[in-house]
Design a protein around this ligand. Structure first.
Ligand code: BMA
Length: 322
């Protein structure tokens, strides 16, 4: 596919929006919902694309609902009822909903790991559930206490340990961290992985993991969101960074500019204007095409397609080692 072309302003375009956007919205749902956005994504064994969509009801609470498509763009078959509802009796941390899932297939377990934001009285925290079929889920509960979100597992152990990328908020700012565990239950070895920049940068003060990391020959490729807050509100845009395969907390390259941000109408208008927020991707059979599924303006789900090779080439031009 075309790796990168310049847009009208002369910047390279690394992601191309689907002409079908938005590919999913509330009006597609088989039951009453307010909005659908921020979906985790995976390819099932038979090649079906599964999106685990965040669905918000008119109480303002979210649950997760699966949508399946043979081509990843059209013909979505949506579960007739919520797929993963909050369970506040057994999990009080889910009192106000479950949000923003990320899916990682774990070959060692032969299961999908679903990390999601559990929103309760303590604030947003990171919960984990395992599933084989997206019908029944084994809930592991909170793995990172509030205030923490934007989490995804690596698909394999690193040096014998599972690794979770996540975004705790501290007085020092909102940075991306990595933590390790021998059993997916007890977590330690916490390291800061990607620091929010300061000052006038597009990703100053607040960054977070977007979809799970992408394993490439050159390292773990991270697509992250940077939040620029200005007088009009917040702008959620995407940047990229590359990390060492065997020591994933080790930053190799970080892009200077954002590579994708709100431009289309459905991204600049909605419940929360100017938000592009991907939680998942699928990779094409060529091993290079990246289908990025993102929530647009906290209202609907859209698709943009890029090339992993193209992003790595761009990083070679635009990457900094800090
Ligand atoms: C973030 C998350 C996302 C949301 C975004 C913009 O903090 O809560 O779920 O899409 O804000 O509202």
């Amino acid at each position: 596919m075309t790796v990168a072309v310049a847009n009208a302003r002369g910047y390279e375009t690394l992601f191309h929006r689907s002409g079908r956007n938005p590919i999913l919205s509330a009006s597609d749902w088989p039951y009453p919902v307010h909005s659908v956005f921020n979906a985790g994504a995976t390819l099932l064994r038979d090649g079906t694309t599964l999106l685990l969509c965040r669905v918000e009801d008119r109480r303002g609470h979210s649950h997760l609902c699966a949508a399946r498509s043979a081509d990843g763009v059209t013909g979505w078959v949506i579960d007739p009822k919520p797929t993963l509802l909050p369970d506040p009796v057994k999990h009080p941390e889910e009192l106000w909903g479950v949000e923003d899932s990320r899916i990682t297939f774990i070959p060692e377990l032969d299961k999908y790991a679903v990390t999601y934001t559990a929103f309760g009285k303590g604030g947003p925290g990171v919960s984990l559930a395992l599933t084989e079929d997206f019908v029944t889920f084994e809930r592991c509960g909170l793995v990172m206490q509030p205030d923490d979100k934007d989490a995804a597992l690596l698909p394999r152990r690193v040096d014998g340990m599972w690794a979770l990328i996540h975004r705790p908020i501290a007085d020092s700012g909102a940075h991306v961290w990595i933590s390790y565990s021998p059993d997916l239950r007890s977590w330690g070895g916490h390291r800061m992985m990607l620091q929010a920049r300061r000052g006038g940068w597009w990703d100053a003060n607040k960054v977070g993991l977007s979809p799970p990391l992408i394993e490439t020959e050159r390292g773990w490729l991270m697509i992250y969101h940077g939040v620029r807050t200005n007088a009009a509100g917040s702008l959620y845009r995407l940047g990229v960074a590359l990390f060492d395969l065997e020591r994933p907390e080790q930053l190799l390259l970080r892009g200077d500019e954002w590579i994708f941000g709100p431009e289309a109408d459905y991204e600049t208008h909605g419940d929360v204007a100017n938000v592009t927020f991907p939680c998942g991707y699928t990779i094409g059979s060529d091993g290079d095409t990246l289908n990025l599924y993102y929530g647009a303006a906290d209202t609907c789900i859209a698709l943009a397609t890029g090339s992993i090779r193209g992003i790595l080439e761009w990083l070679d031009e635009h990457g900094e080692r800090t």
